[in-house]
Ligand binder design. Structure first.
Ligand SMILES: [Cu+2]
Length: 341
């Protein structure tokens, strides 16, 4: 449909609406204006509708919790993960208590105090005790959440290291991730977007001595129980490195380096034995089998959590957490920058 016919259609629709309103006004005048009056029956119907629709909404929340709750993330696979989960669980507990008390009362009262002939609303201006209660209780709840949250934040952002963390760079671009391991010196060589050329996809400065043993790969392997310090860069727009199973996320900003450290605690092989993960894999594979698709197995995943463009949804990478021996064996097979560039 071209623009002209759309405009004509909209104008005709508005004209029709205006005519319908006029007819309604005229018919109301003929009947002495009575059909605009709200009857006792209207109030009854509206009150009941409010109650049933509102309660339907509250019940639908319970049904959704039961049906989709089991799809939430399995146990955290990082050292700090349980602290994030603790904050999340307390927030959700408070939200749910308030929701399941306030919402049913709200819809019940809308029904109970619906318009009735001869009933007049009470003018209730002020009550100090009530105002104190609904100010102090939310203030206390917020204070607990904020103070606890800030504490968790500062321990996550300034971790105390017993051992030197492994430095790994995650390089984001529309729409994929590249990993750069810092090699035996555990120091990343200088890199810049201006040095990107041919096979040098993350712009490593080959003149920098620290870059010779760096390893650029498209696979993310992590050793279990070892702290990992991720450094994030972006080539084009703001991306966000999201590790849902490790309860971690950090923005990747063009022109800046951001970082986040965490310690994986459960290997990929171990998490595949987790009962929630097993059930989820079985359910997914039942759906895939019905469609004639291949069998899928669970993997930790790194996702982009900023809507960074058309293929943003597909900007992901598997993460393999393994024992230190397996990790070192894999890393030794990889080619360094000195060997490839
Ligand atoms: Cu992205």
């Amino acid at each position: 449909m071209n623009t002209v016919s759309i405009i004509v259609l909209v104008v005709l629709a508005i004209l029709t609406l205006v005519q319908v309103m006029r007819i309604s006004e005229v018919s109301s005048e003929i009947q002495g204006g009575k059909d605009n009056e709200v009857s006792e029956k209207d109030n009854d119907t509206q009150g009941r509708l409010m109650f049933f629709v509102g309660m339907g909404f509250v019940i639908s929340v319970v049904v959704m919790y039961i049906k989709w709750g089991p799809l939430s993330l399995p146990e955290p696979a990082s050292e700090h993960g349980s602290e994030i989960d603790g904050l999340w669980n307390l927030s959700m507990l408070i939200i749910n208590i308030v929701f399941f008390i306030v919402q049913p009362i709200l819809f019940y009262f809308a029904y109970k105090y619906r318009g009735k002939k001869g009933t007049k609303a009470v003018h209730f201006a002020h009550n100090n005790k009530l105002e104190l209660f609904w100010t102090v209780v939310p203030a206390l709840a917020l204070a607990v959440l904020i103070i606890w949250g800030l504490n968790v934040w500062s321990t996550l952002m300034m971790p105390e290291n017993d051992e030197e963390p492994i430095v790994i760079e995650l390089y984001a671009q529309q729409f994929n991730w590249t990993v750069r391991y810092s090699g035996s010196d555990n120091a990343l060589g200088f890199a810049s977007v201006y040095d990107i050329e041919g096979a040098n996809i993350v712009g490593v400065d080959t003149q920098d001595a620290a870059s010779a043993d760096d390893i650029v790969t498209k696979e993310l392997h992590l050793p279990v129980g070892k702290p990992v310090l991720f450094q994030f860069r972006s080539q084009d727009v703001i991306h966000s490195a999201y590790f849902p199973h490790f309860r971690a996320q950090m923005n990747c900003v063009p022109g800046a380096t951001t970082n986040f450290q965490f310690t994986p605690t459960i290997t990929t092989a171990e998490i595949r034995q987790n009962k929630d993960v097993k059930r989820h894999v079985e359910e997914v594979n039942a759906i895939r089998a019905a469609k004639g698709e291949d069998v899928w197995d669970f993997n930790y995943v790194l996702l982009c959590n900023k809507i960074c463009g058309a293929a943003h949804y597909n900007m992901q990478m598997d993460i393999i957490v393994e024992t230190e021996d397996e990790y070192n064996a894999w890393l030794n097979e990889q080619k360094t920058v000195a060997e490839t560039l």
